[in-house]
Ligand binder design. Structure first.
Ligand SMILES: Cc1ncc(COP(=O)(O)O)c(C=O)c1O
Length: 393
């Protein structure tokens, strides 16, 4: 492992915490029962573990245990939230409000609903990636049935004022979903006080296992019904059929307990290291920071280096694992829709800005020595690539 690159791609996924693996292992070995097997001790043991995990996750999100629906991750949670709500409420209205900088999981679900007769408003953001709650209010119409706005952005780290948006939706009687995939475990997430009747997240973003997530579906104020998108044995109160991933669910709960317990100290440490990285890289000159500095996730930094192609930069520094945009859409060579939504800024076009942008994200395992080395490597490469590009000019 010693020669592995410095991992600064923690918006994409995070390392499994060894303590989380320890919590999961018994359920991958001897305790392999199906949580839905009601006739024997193997099943009871699995169900007990899932019940405990459900209580723990509910507590961490300030929700009720019966409001927690376990899924295969945020993509599935988002599909269930938006498609499930649209199906339930389609006789009340066919309009949805979301935002241009959402993750593809939200945007592509909305596009599918558009093909199915729904209207969707994709609200633009300010040039710093923020979205004012007033703009959301203006986007709501008489036939709006759902607002879906993410808590923290997975490329810029910009944090939206979800409590204000949730309050506004409640006042207008409109259902509200938030994609909290990047904020859960990093920032306090209180589903009730945020008014997030529907809330999605994924365990692997907070040092849990991949392939497991949560949708919170509020049961009171408001009582929400989402139509199942996966039919079968009626698991998860009929909202998501399929045998539960017991080791994954146990691991997710443990990962969230650890993340919540360490949130303040890890956040402060990552923020200090991130600020150090930012300061060192800004010294290169002609560097634009994408997205507002505050409010922003403490471990997140997104920079556009003028006259440097980000793909060339990434290829030139194999000692660092970073990305140009959302890994979830890396099959798609298009420049980031999130960075383009911020406008051109000092660049010739929004596309040029996106093509010069690199996303850095730290974790609680990132060390000061790694940040020091990463800053040196990126600075050297930026200078080298700029020399080449000016030779080309
Ligand atoms: C903001 C956001 N939403 C949703 C997702 C999808 O998560 P998953 O791939 O775990 O389903 C991601 C993953 O990158 C994300 O960052």
């Amino acid at each position: 492992m010693t020669n592995r690159p410095i991992y600064l791609d923690n918006h994409s996924t995070t390392a499994l915490d060894p303590a989380v693996l320890d919590a999961m292992l018994p359920f991958l070995r001897e305790s392999y029962g199906n949580a839905a097997s009601v006739n024997h001790a193997f099943g009871w043991e699995a169900k007990d573990a899932v019940d405990r995990a459900r209580e723990s996750v509910a507590q961490a999100l300030n929700a009720e245990p019966r409001e927690i629906v376990f899924t295969s991750g945020a993509t599935e949670s988002i599909n269930l939230a938006i498609k499930g709500a649209a199906e339930t409420l389609r006789d009340r209205g066919r309009h949805i409000v979301t935002c241009a900088t959402e993750h593809r999981a939200v945007l592509d679900v909305c596009r599918r609903l558009e093909r199915d007769g729904f209207g969707v408003s994709y609200l633009p953001v300010e040039s710093d990636g923020t979205l004012s709650p007033d703009r959301v209010g203006e986007g709501i119409r008489d036939d709006t049935i759902l607002v879906s706005i993410m808590h923290a952005n997975n490329e810029t780290g910009v944090v939206h004022n979800i409590a204000a948006i949730g309050g506004l939706c409640a006042a207008r009687g409109v259902l509200f979903h938030t994609d909290a995939t990047q904020s859960v475990g990093k920032l306090p997430v209180d589903a009730k006080s945020m008014g997030a009747a529907l809330l999605s997240c994924s365990a692997h973003k907070f040092h849990g296992p991949k392939g497991v997530g949560v949708l919170r579906v509020s049961r009171r104020d408001p009582r929400v019904k989402v139509a199942a998108q996966i039919d079968g044995g009626g698991h998860e109160r009929g909202m998501r059929s399929g045998t539960l991933d017991v080791p994954g669910i146990v691991g997710m709960a443990r990962a969230l307990e650890i993340a919540v317990a360490r949130m303040e100290s890890d956040g402060a440490r990552m923020r200090a290291l991130r600020d150090e990285l930012r300061a060192r890289l800004l010294e290169a000159g002609d560097v634009v920071e994408n997205g507002a500095r505050e409010p922003r996730l403490p471990h997140s930094l997104n920079l556009a280096f003028r006259r440097v192609d980000s793909v060339a930069l990434i290829n030139d520094v194999p000692g660092i694992a970073v990305s140009t945009g959302s890994a979830c859409s890396s099959a798609n060579p298009e420049p980031s829709h999130v960075i383009m939504a911020l406008g051109a800024g000092p660049f010739g076009s929004p596309e040029e800005r996106a093509r010069c942008s690199v996303r850095f994200a730290l974790s609680r395992f990132t060390t000061a020595e790694e940040i020091d080395r990463a800053a040196g490597l990126v600075r050297a490469s930026v200078e080298k690539l700029r020399t080449f590009s000016s030779v080309g000019e």
